[in-house]
Design a protein around this ligand. Structure first.
Ligand code: SF4
Length: 945
């Protein structure tokens, strides 16, 4: 057997690994016919032959590679293993990757398109055809477009699983329709990075770091966790120190050199104290800061009478952060001052090899949570570790999104249900507020898609979503595109089954490490059939039942919206190879692989393959670094064609060409810089000041809504962390994976022994957790793994269904009664927990767990951060022993109180509706689907066009 080097794959002894080292990773020359002995036939040696086809996991956003083992005798998928040729995951997966086989074989999955047969939410369904569903939905969308109600279409996505496809579809339709889950996920995490550097996610090079700082639990469960976890361990094995800020002793914290059990919301204070030490002790990277921080702009705006020198800037910085002493940070956070000093020095000495990452956690939990990534990035700026080997890059430097053929221009529509005037700086759509906006009459939705998204269960105040979804004046048509049953699909008009990891096409790239790669998700049974001479027109013909994929669905829908091409939509869905003919999904990807991926055609040619065949064979490709560099992109010279005719601002050095900022002069060199107004790293944000938040113009520390001053332990009040993940589950999608539910099937309330003793509860006892709008009843888990005064409950469990057979899978859901009393209060009670049952899967009769967890999110009011729009998840709660009559899983929600809390948080906003420039939002800031500049003008009403 030849030895085939694995990309970036290092053995524990530091040597590059080969396929031969990994006996469980068959080499690709044998993927056509791979033999394994049948384990169940043991001790007989019965050969099983498999064809191995690569695809991409769909159970989280990390996009790890999978290999589907297709049994050549049955034509069925036997199992999934890792794809060793995938640059991000390198053959390794977490438990959720191989558990894809459970989801595919789940006997309760949705196999056919369905249409409601009764009232919405009544739970009556009838099977329909794809054709009927497409015609009906297309008619609704076509009417909205033709009648210029282009703000009445809404596509609400949880897990996109692709890069750019849907933005192209919505662009072709000319609607402002992109809604996302991001403001229950990462709006604040993103905002803190965005305001510094114009890009909104970090990409640490953990493997080469000397010091790694994580805020939350990335190694075990976080963003891109398997690919990043591998590299954190590599870094540690090479001597890097690992520090974790997390009030909970996560698996990650348990492997760290430093565990900082900070009071939630105090993280920015600790980080700023570290920044001050690095400044005072002159551990900062002077040259990097002098060249790349917009200190001149800060001095000119805030200290015009001071010497306009870098040295004076540093002195003023030290003054500015004078109050952030280690003792102050220790007082806020509860972390020892000595540890803060020690860590600050280690970070300073790590210099350009300081890797740092935060995503949800503190950012997602707290009012002003965006100050946490902002303060963390400050440390990266001070150490000059932005985009260096061992440092942290803006995500776009470690990601590659190929351009498709014929890209539509931006729409001229602005949808105020998505970006309302109160939140001009919101990082993503204000999706959690949609039910409130609809109730206030701010608009309506003609056609609403939920796609791999379950707002009734995932969002705060899910009962508000039930009320909106059952109001057919507010939402006229709801189509749920989903691979699994979920609580929101119950309130749909159409439930349309979409494919899992091995049942769909997608192209993905993620910032898993210091490289740029693409991964190709494929419907493996379709590929198998086509390889064996059986043509497949649509993916649902090869998938189980009639499970389809979104890519083909949108092409078909677009043709039905614009059948004769008169709306200008159809042309985006015509073949680039066969003029006028309908685009096939193979052609869509083939064109990109041939034309938009540097180095792929050459690599394919070396193997005598077409670019498409190469991607179908290996499932992933790393862009050669000489074609797409990954380090310090800001230092790159501005391209000569952009320099021609460019003008330089004498004061700021910013280069402008054709009205667009293209770079900045640094020490006489025209550099690309960062996509910010100054093209530098914006320590000072004029944007914040101009848009109503002058106190946020520089990195700072905001007192969270759950700051200790807001919580009175004497009254039995605690801070509830409801956001933490378990490594074996993913939100709403893993409930039909039996192996995962066997591993994780409870979400008790973590409580410190001291607190448990005070209220008199022990592990397993029922407690009532009361929020501002209601309560839930759950079991206590007494543990020293949580800091005193704080309780925590994982958000993964508590799935529920109103019937059996539809609504949610029995592996992980409780049957409940849900209703509104005379007093207007919502109540939920579990009437049947998880039970063994007979089915064609013998494992269903072996279920040993009895509870499905508790759905805590229903009891949370909305807390939209007034700047980023992020829902601030942490709650002030009381925790008491359960009361007489309380039962496990009970939930109570008062919608009137929920409305009051919504109003209180809305009152914290600072709308900028009277601006002389008429802008709704700064033009330079990101929007996931960005309309044309004309749509940013507030005077432009869609109805007037
Ligand atoms: S980390 Fe796990 S769930 Fe996420 S893509 Fe990788 S294998 Fe799948």
């Amino acid at each position: 057997m030849t030895e085939i080097p694995l990309q970036d794959h290092i053995a524990p002894n530091g040597e590059p690994m080969t396929v031969r080292d990994l006996a469980s990773c068959p080499p690709p020359e044998r993927w056509q016919d791979w033999m394994e002995y049948d384990a169940k036939a043991w001790p007989r040696k019965v050969e099983r032959h498999y064809e191995l086809i690569p695809t991409i996991c769909f159970n989280c956003e990390a996009a790890c590679g999978l290999l589907a083992y297709i049994d050549k005798e049955t034509g069925r998928i036997k199992k999934f293993e890792g794809n060793p040729y995938h640059p991000g995951s390198r053959g390794r997966n977490c438990a959720k990757g191989p558990a894809t086989i459970n989801q595919i074989n789940d006997h309760e999955r949705i196999l056919y398109p369905m249409k409601r047969a009764g009232k919405r939410g009544e739970g009556k369904w009838e099977r329909t055809t794809w054709d009927e569903a497409l015609e009906s939905i297309a008619a609704k969308i076509r009417a909205a477009i033709v009648e210029n109600r282009r703000d009445e279409v809404m596509y609400h996505v949880g897990r996109p699983g692709h890069d750019g496809y849907m933005e192209r579809v919505l662009g072709a339709w000319g609607v402002d329709a992109h809604n996302s889950h991001t403001n229950v996920c990462s709006s604040s995490g993103r905002f803190g990075y965005h305001i510094w550097c114009g890009l909104d996610r970090p990409s640490p090079d953990h493997a080469n770091a000397r010091f790694i700082l994580l805020i939350s639990a990335h190694l075990e469960t976080g963003h891109y966790f398997n690919p990043q976890a591998q590299r954190i361990i590599e870094g540690k094995m090479k001597g890097a120190k690992l520090a974790v800020m997390d009030p909970r002793l996560s698996n990650t914290a348990s492997t760290a050199d430093y565990w900082l059990a900070t009071w939630p919301g105090s993280e920015a204070a600790v980080l700023l104290a570290m920044a001050r030490i690095i400044l005072v002790e002159k551990l900062y990277n002077r040259e990097y800061m002098r060249r790349w921080v917009n200190w001149q702009e800060y001095l000119a705006a805030e200290h015009p009478n001071e010497a306009q020198t870098f040295e004076r800037f540093i002195e003023l910085l030290i003054d500015l952060y004078a109050e952030y002493t280690p003792e102050f940070a220790a007082g806020e956070s509860g972390v020892a001052a000595e540890m803060i000093v020690d860590m600050a020095r280690q970070i300073g000495h790590a210099g350009t090899a300081f890797a740092a990452h935060t995503w949800r956690a503190a950012s997602a939990g707290n009012l002003g949570g965006w100050q946490v990534p902002r303060a963390l990035w400050f440390l990266s700026v001070l150490t000059g570790s932005i985009g260096t080997p061992g440092g942290t890059a803006p995500y776009a430097w470690n990601k590659f999104v190929p351009t498709p053929f014929l890209k539509p221009g931006p729409t001229d529509v602005w949808n105020e249900l998505l970006f309302p005037p109160e939140y001009p700086l919101a990082n993503y759509e204000l999706s959690i507020l949609l039910p409130y906006f609809l109730k206030e009459g701010r608009g309506k939705v003609s056609a609403y898609f939920t796609r791999v998204y379950n707002p009734v269960w995932t969002n705060p105040d899910g009962t508000a979503w039930i009320e909106a979804l059952t109001n057919e004046q507010q939402i006229e048509l709801h189509a749920a595109l989903t691979p699994t049953w979920n609580e929101t699909a119950w309130y749909a008009d159409y439930v349309l089954p979409m494919g899992l990891a091995s049942e769909r096409h997608d192209l993905m790239s993620q910032e898993t490490h210091a490289a740029r790669w693409i991964g190709f998700r494929q419907p493996v049974l379709r590929v198998y059939e086509e390889r064996h001479g059986k043509p497949v027109e649509f993916t649902y013909q090869a998938n189980p039942g009639e499970v389809w994929e979104e890519d083909e669905f949108w092409i078909e829908l677009s043709w039905r919206i614009d059948p004769d091409g008169s709306l200008g939509i159809r042309r985006y869905f015509e073949s680039p190879y066969r003029p006028g003919a309908k685009l096939t999904i193979e052609e869509y990807y083939r064109w990109m692989f041939e034309n938009s991926v540097p180095g792929l055609p050459e690599a394919a040619a070396q193997e005598g393959l077409s670019p498409l065949a190469y991607m179908q064979k290996y499932g992933a490709f790393t862009i050669p670094e000489e074609k797409a560099p990954v380090f310090q992109i800001n230092e790159q010279a501005v391209k000569p064609d952009l320099l021609q005719g460019a003008s330089v601002d004498a004061q700021t050095g910013v280069l402008t060409s054709g009205g667009v900022k293209v770079g900045v002069m640094i020490d006489g060199k025209a550099c690309e810089g960062f996509p910010t107004p100054s093209r530098k790293l914006e320590f000072y944000s004029a944007t914040m000041k101009e848009w109503g938040w002058p106190e946020g113009a520089v990195p700072g520390y905001t007192h969270s809504h759950v700051h200790p001053s807001q919580i009175d332990p004497a009254r039995g009040e605690y801070l509830l962390i409801p956001t933490f993940r378990l490594p074996t589950l993913i939100h709403t999608r893993s409930h039909n994976a039996k192996w995962l539910n066997e591993i994780s099937n409870a979400n008790p309330v973590w409580i410190h022994p001291r607190d448990a003793q005070r209220i008199g509860v022990q592990t397993g006892d029922l407690v009532r957790v009361t929020t501002d709008i209601g309560y839930y009843v759950n079991r206590a888990w007494v543990t020293e793994g949580i800091r005193p005064g704080v309780v925590a409950c994982s958000h993964h469990m508590g799935r529920w269904r109103l019937a059996t057979g539809t609504g949610a899978d029995r592996w992980a859901s409780a049957k409940v009664e849900l209703g509104k009393g005379q007093d207007g209060i919502w109540h939920m009670r579990q009437v049947e927990g998880v039970r063994p049952y007979e089915s064609k899967d013998p494992d269903s009769s072996r279920i040993f767990w009895r509870e499905a967890g508790v759905h805590q999110n229903l009891t949370f009011p909305v807390h939209p951060d007034p700047v980023s729009g992020m829902h601030c998840w942490h709650q002030k709660v009381t925790v008491t022993p359960a009361q007489r009559g309380d039962r496990y899983g009970d939930i109570s929600v008062d919608p009137h109180k929920a409305q009051e809390v919504y109003q209180q948080w809305l009152a914290m906003t600072r709308p900028q509706t009277q601006r002389s420039d008429g802008l709704r939002r700064p033009l330079w800031m990101l929007r996931p689907y960005k309309p044309a500049a004309s749509a940013y003008q507030r005077a432009q009403s869609i109805r007037e066009k």
